[in-house]
Structure formats: C-alpha cells, structure tokens
Design a protein around this ligand. Structure first.
Ligand SMILES: [Zn+2]
Length: 286
C-alpha cells in the first residue's frame, strides 16, 4: 500500500479525504498487522516488549490535540517519546504507526490487575478527538465503526478478552481522562468489543464522599481492585479512591462523573463483577 493512497479507505467520493502527513524520511516501513489499516506512517518511538510479554490488552485513547497533523507528528517524530500502534481518524481511516509485536509508548505511568508495564502487555489505539481541553466533540459514528472493526480483529488475532479492552483513564486514573465519558462503550460492547453492563439508574440519596472512613469504603476499594483498578485497600475514601471512582464512572456510568460513590455506582460495579467470565473469577480468587 502506498503511503498517502486512500483508495481502499472507502472515502465519500464527494468529499476528498485530507492528505496525511508524509512519513519521516528514512523510517523503515512495514506491512500493517490489520487488514483494514489503510496507511502506515512509521513511528520512531517504540521498543521491545519486556520479557517477551505478548499483548492481551487493548488500550483506547483520544489524541487530545487541536488537529490531526499535530497528533500524527507527536506520535511519530523521534524525541517526543510517545507513540501508539494505531491512529483512527474521524473519517474512519486507520493508520498504523508501530508493529503490534513491538512495545509502543502510549500508557505512561499506569497499572491494571497488578501489572504496571502496561505498554508491554497492550496494543494502543489513538482515536482522533480534540479532547476535554479543546471542546471535546462527539465521536463520529464512522470513526467508532472503524475502532470496533480494528479492535475485533486484534481481539481475534491476539486473543484479547473483552474485559481487557480499556480506557487510558482506567489504567492511569490520576492523570488521564481519555477517551472520556462521550466514548460509546455501550455501542462497542453491543458489537462484541469491551465488557459493559447497563448502568444502574441514578437515584436520590447520599454517596460515599472524600474523607469517609468505613467498612463500605474498604468493600468498594476491594471491588474496584478486583476488577483491575490500581487502588489501595485502606478503608479511607482518599483522593486516589476518588480518582479511581471518577475513572470508573467515565467508563461504566458516564451519565454522572463526579467521583462520589453513589448507589448507582456501587450497584453498577457489582453487576460488572458478577458478569465477568468464570475464568477471570478463577484467576482473581487465587
Ligand atoms: Zn491516552
């Protein structure tokens, strides 16, 4: 596939797709792992997966930048120290920047299910969206359809379980909000990508707030940690716990993202845990 050729991307013929930035000269190109990636723009920023760890997680991001050219330059240019395996444009085109076998640099300081080298165990997908700092537009349906198709392929090829398709904010709750509460996790799950349950309705009543010390805080922290979140079980609703609850809401109860563990948040978390596949529960019980 020629770089800069979009013939296979199915672009609306009335509207010519904007050309992608040229790849950096003398960067070695490669054959895309995904058959639906229309272009390859090789990134300079990647390494080997530590201890030969095979990826079994997909981490979703938004680019959080005002334009796509800047985002691609950021993810591919030597010296920025960031990259992702894939970039999904708003019109649904998919660009691969790092081969899946390699370790891309997208997660930063993060943790999930006891692991903290998330870059070694995951495949990173950057979804072009300006993000919270630049007006946070809705994700176009065409773009989401492309993310779904890309993820389904990776899940099949790499044996990634649904509950390991996660948000950057899930693995780095104190630093990150992406892909954010507008990301349609329910549509993704309806198409077989990601683990999701219908959130419990929001009802009147107090929730657990910052500063509370109680057994119910301990139970909440235990439940969040069992699902995979990096939260210490202390019994105190501290700022770390509040950030993790905020990340949980952004992903699983997006109607209200306030960091207060209300009844709906607690019930949604319980039903999420109850609906995990049996093999996950067996591992968690060890
Ligand atoms: Zn991110």
């Amino acid at each position: 596939m020629l770089i800069g050729s979009f013939a296979s991307a199915g672009i609306d013929s009335k509207r010519r797709a904007a050309p992608l930035p040229r790849p950096i000269a003398n960067m070695k190109t490669f054959t895309p792992d995904s058959s639906i990636a229309s272009d390859v723009i090789p990134s300079a920023n990647f390494g080997e997966r530590n201890k030969g760890r095979l990826p079994d997680m997909i981490l979703l991001h938004y680019t959080g930048m005002p334009d796509v050219e800047g985002a691609i330059a950021q993810l591919c240019t030597v010296g920025t120290d960031v990259s992702a395996h894939y970039i999904v444009l708003e019109d649904g085109r998919i660009v691969q920047c790092v081969p899946e076998a390699k370790r891309a640099w997208h997660a930063g300081v993060s943790s999930w299910a006891g692991e903290d080298d998330i870059n070694s165990c995951s495949i990173g997908i950057e979804i072009v969206n300006r993000g919270h700092d630049w007006g946070y537009p809705d994700y176009p349906r065409r773009q989401i359809a492309a993310v779904i198709a890309l993820c389904r392929g990776i899940m099949l090829r790499r044996n990634v379980p649904s509950h390991r398709v996660l948000a950057h904010s899930d693995v780095a709750p104190s630093r990150k909000k992406d892909p954010g509460e507008k990301f349609p996790w329910h549509s993704m799950a309806n198409s077989g990508v990601g683990h999701w349950v219908q959130p419990a309705p929001i009802v009147r009543g107090d929730g657990i707030k910052l500063g509370t010390i109680s057994d119910s805080v301990r139970d909440l922290q235990q439940a969040l940690a069992r699902y995979g979140y990096g939260v210490p079980v202390t019994g105190k609703y501290d700022s770390t716990t509040m950030e993790v609850v905020t990340a949980f809401q952004r992903h699983f109860r997006p109607l209200r993202v306030d960091g207060i563990a209300d009844h709906s948040t607690l019930v949604t978390l319980q039903s999420l845990l109850a609906s995990l596949p049996a093999e996950f529960m067996a591992v968690a019980a060890r």
